[in-house]
Design a protein around this ligand. Structure first.
Ligand SMILES: *Cc1c(COP(=O)(O)O)cnc(C)c1O
Length: 355
C-alpha cells in the first residue's frame, strides 16, 4: 500500500528497522542519552529560545493538547481559541472540559484567519491555535497571530502537530510559549509519542500552576526529563525511532532541507491534478496536506476506490464533510514517483467516470 494519509505515514528504512527489534530496557544511562539528544535536536530544529525544555509524552497528539490546556493554563486565564475545523474544535472542547474561560474565534472552513477577527480580543491572556488546521489544510497566518499576541502580551500556544518539519516554524520568531507535535505526522515514525517544547515563560507557568493531573503532568515530565527519563514507561521504540529520524534529518542538511522536499512533493502533486475535477479547499495550504473537494461529490467513495482498487490510502474527512472533502498528505517517506502513481490512479478513475 502507498500511504498518502496525514498520519501515521510511511517511514524510512532505518526507522522501520528499529521496530523489528525487541524493545530495550529504558532505565539506563544509554536510553537517557538518547532522550537528552532528542530534546536537544527538537529544540534546535524549532529554534527555541535559550533555557527552553522539551518533553516527550507517551500519548497521541491530543494528549499534548490536553496537557497544554491543563498544565500551562489555569482557571484565571482568558483564552482565545481559533476554530477552523475539527482540530480547532478539539481545543474548544478541551477548554470547556477543563474550565478554562475562553472566546471561540470561528474561521470558515478552508479560509484564512484575518486580523479583524481578533479585534476586541486584546484583553485576553492566552491564545490556542492549530498552526495548520489539518482537517481543511489551512496554514494560518502565524506572523499576524504572533504580532497580535506580542502586542497584547498574550501567551501563544501552538499545536504544530502536522506543521513541524513540514512548514516554516521558528519558536523564537513567533514568540510562542509552547509548541507541540506528534510522532506520526512529519516526524514519520510510529504513533505513540507527543512532543512539547516549552520556553522559560511556559515553564514558569507550569511551576506556578497547581497540579491537576498525573499521567499528563508536565511538572513530572520536566523533572524526570532533566536526567533523560520519563515518569512512566514510555513508547521506547517510538522514541528510538525519533532519535534516528532526527539524526537523519540533520545529516541530510537540516530541517529546512527536509521542508523543501515536502514542499516540492506537495507542489508536484498539486500540479499533477490540475486538470481533474477537484477544487482546492484551502485558501492558504500547508505543505503537509492538500484538501480536495471533488466537483461531483463522493469523496468517501473516491477514498475507498483508491484503497481497494489502486492500493493507495488517501485520507477521508470526518463528520458532515465526509462525502464532500478528502485529503492527500505529503509527509512521510513519499517520493515524486509515488505521487505519479497516485496522479495516474486519479486520472484512470476520471477515465472510468468515477470522479
Ligand atoms: C493529527 C493532529 C492532532 C492530533 O491527533 P492525534 O490523533 O491525537 O495524534 C492534533 N492537531 C492537529 C493539527 C493534527 O494534525
Amino acid at each position: 500500500m502507498l500511504n498518502f494519509t496525514v498520519g501515521p505515514v510511511m517511514s524510512e528504512p532505518d526507522v522501520l528497522e528499529i521496530a523489528n527489534r525487541s524493545t530495550p530496557y529504558f532505565r539506563t544511562p544509554e536510553f537517557s542519552e538518547v532522550m537528552l539528544d532528542n530534546e536537544r535536536m527538537i529544540l534546535e530544529m524549532l529554534n527555541a529560545p535559550k533555557n527552553s525544555r522539551c518533553v516527550f509524552l507517551t500519548s497521541s497528539g491530543t494528549g499534548a493538547m490536553e496537557s497544554m490546556v491543563m498544565n500551562i493554563l489555569n482557571e484565571n486565564d482568558r483564552v482565545i481559541v481559533i476554530n477552523g475545523g475539527s482540530f480547532g474544535h478539539r481545543f474548544v472542547e478541551l477548554a470547556e472540559l477543563h474550565d478554562r474561560p475562553f472566546t471561540e474565534v470561528k474561521c470558515e472552513f478552508g479560509k484564512q484567519l484575518r486580523r479583524e477577527q481578533l479585534d476586541g480580543l486584546e484583553d485576553n491572556t492566552a491564545l490556542l491555535i492549530n498552526m495548520h488546521e489539518t482537517s481543511s489544510g489551512v496554514l494560518y497566518d502565524m506572523k499576524m497571530v504572533a504580532e497580535f499576541c506580542k502586542e497584547n502580551n498574550i501567551l501563544l500556544l501552538v499545536d504544530a502537530i502536522s506543521s513541524f518539519i513540514a512548514d516554516e516554524l521558528d519558536m523564537t520568531e513567533l514568540g510562542a510559549a509552547a509548541v507541540i507535535t506528534g510522532s506520526q505526522k512529519a516526524l514519520a515514525v510510529q504513533p505513540g509519542v507527543a512532543v512539547m517544547a516549552l520556553t522559560p515563560e511556559a515553564l514558569r507557568r507550569i511551576d506556578e500552576n497547581k497540579e491537576v493531573c498525573m499521567y499528563l503532568s508536565l511538572k513530572q515530565a520536566l523533572q524526570n526529563g532533566q536526567r533523560g527519563q520519563t515518569p512512566f514507561t514510555p513508547a521506547v521504540t517510538t522514541l528510538l525511532q525519533i532519535h534516528t529520524r532526527l539524526q537523519g534529518i540533520i545529516s541530510r542538511g537540516g530541517v529546512q532541507e527536509e521542508r523543501n522536499i515536502i514542499a516540492s512533493v506537495a507542489a508536484d502533486f498539486r500540479n499533477g491534478i490540475k486538470d481533474l475535477p477537484f477544487e482546492f479547499v484551502s485558501e492558504f495550504p500547508s505543505n503537509a496536506v492538500t484538501a480536495l473537494r471533488p466537483v461531483n461529490g463522493h469523496a468517501k467513495e473516491i477514498v475507498r476506490i483508491l484503497k481497494d482498487e489502486y492500493q493507495i490510502w488517501g485520507c477521508p474527512n470526518g463528520g458532515e464533510l465526509a462525502d464532500e472533502v478528502f485529503r492527500i498528505g505529503h509527509i512521510g517517506h513519499i517520493t515524486k514517483e509515488d505521487n505519479q502513481k497516485l496522479i495516474d490512479a486519479l486520472h484512470d478513475m476520471k477515465e472510468r467516470s468515477l470522479l
